[in-house]
Design a protein around this ligand. Structure first.
Ligand code: PLP
Length: 402
């Protein structure tokens, strides 16, 4: 009998997406008739705007889109993404510097696969989105965590980054607004971090997927524009998922210097070829149109954000900083760990989240998924009534902890 492992070491080291797992469990309980309220999903609860859907419908009738198209994306979409990047970030790129990917996720994966050699180090500010560690690991890279907490609003300082830098550091991953914390770096903070990266010859991979979801006077700053000294060592990741409520359409992109984009396109040409043409034409309508749909969503998210922060902070043992962007809150629940609740004594935020799902039928994602145990991530991209009901249930249950 062969002693070789059935699954390769590389792939068996990948963990299941914890956020999708929580979502799947909540949906399964719901399907079984239990009234679960899910704070797990990272997607807007709005439908995709009609004009975008109409563009997709029209594309299905055009025989040109029934065939393979260039692996790197439809030329008209690449051009529109370049124009949108200039409009929203003030960053000038050619269409040839754009690679259209199957969602932002594929852009994340391909960026690291293209930039990293084995043992190259990537500075990752924790709490971080669950996909980054796996993409870095698959590329053979080594993740170096720079851990932040609620006392700084989950923002990292240049000093912290410098303390984590070694001669093997190749990339700084910069995510603002952040998933899971909603933290947004100010222009000054962004410039300071970008200049430090440039001075140390680092690459910056910047994930700008939440660029349009900022609240209360907060402004989004693209590090690529704010720090010209970075030159061509910047790779921007973005997509239509969050801005246009298009998570299911699977269109994202990567922008970078021509050699990086060419290499990443070669990789994509063997992995997936072109993204579905119908989805690309929907994305074309999205990025060429105005931003009124996202303005409407932003208003609703802002209202829910404020409700959620207020309600969570009223729960003894929960401490919730106000997020400035994206659609997540990231409260600390450290004070509740080890307390008795319904005859149990959860020893971690993961155990507490499980108990909450069973006892209150409320799904939250534990901080373990984001590299910082002791916290929960709750998405506020769900209806106002469900949001209030879910947090009330949470408050009622957690009040029993002693
Ligand atoms: C920070 C961040 N980047 C990228 C993505 C990728 O989104 P998609 O693959 O749906 O375009 C997500 C989705 O949750 C995200 O939160």
């Amino acid at each position: 009998m062969s002693t070789r492992p059935r699954i390769s070491t590389r792939i068996s080291a990948i963990s299941e997406s914890a956020t999708l797992a929580v979502d799947a469990k909540a949906k399964a309980m719901k399907a079984a008739g239990r009234p679960v309220i899910g704070f797990g999903a990272g997607e807007p609860d709005f439908p995709t705007p009609d004009y975008i859907v109409e563009a997709a419908v029209a594309a299905t009738h055009d025989p040109r889109f029934h065939k393979y198209t260039p692996a790197g994306g439809l030329p008209e979409l690449k051009k529109a993404i370049a124009a949108k990047t200039l409009r929203d970030s003030g960053y000038q790129v050619e269409a040839s510097q754009v690679l259209v990917t199957n969602g932002g996720k594929q852009a994340v994966y391909q960026a690291f696969a293209t930039l990293l050699d084995p043992d190259d180090e990537v500075l990752v500010i924790a709490p971080y989105w669950t996909t980054y560690p796996e993409a870095i690991k698959l590329a053979g890279g080594v993740q170096v965590d720079v851990v932040t907490d609620e006392t700084t609003g989950y923002l990292a300082s240049v000093e912290q980054l410098e303390a984590a830098r070694t001669e093997r550091t190749k990339v700084l991953l910069f995510v603002s607004p952040s998933n899971p914390t909603g933290a947004v770096y100010s222009r000054e903070q962004t410039e300071a971090i970008g200049r430090w990266a440039a001075a140390n010859d680092l690459w910056v991979v910047t994930d700008e997927i939440y660029e349009h979801l900022v609240y209360g006077g907060t402004e989004f700053t693209s590090i690529a524009t704010a720090v010209p000294e970075l030159g061509d060592r910047v790779v921007i990741l973005n997509g239509v998922a969050k801005t246009y409520a298009m998570t299911g359409w699977r269109v994202g992109w990567l922008i970078g210097p021509s050699d990086v984009v060419k290499a990443a396109t070669n990789l994509q040409s063997h992995a997936t070829s072109n993204v579905s043409n119908v989805s690309q034409m929907a994305a074309l309508a999205a990025v060429s149109g105005d931003l009124s749909a996202v303005a409407e969503m932003r208003e609703a998210f802002d209202r829910r954000r404020q409700t959620m922060v207020r309600m969570l902070n009223e729960i003894p043992g929960v401490l919730c900083p106000e997020p400035k962007g994206a659609f997540y809150v990231y409260p600390s629940v450290k004070e509740l760990i080890g307390k008795e609740l319904r005859g149990r004594r959860p020893q971690s935020s993961a155990e507490l989240a499980e108990l909450i799902l069973e006892e209150a039928e409320v799904a939250v994602v534990p901080g373990e998924a984001f590299g910082t145990p002791g916290y929960f991530r709750l998405s506020y991209a769900l209806g106002d009534d469900d949001l209030a009901e879910g947090v009330s249930r949470l408050a009622k249950l957690l009040a029993e902890a002693h």
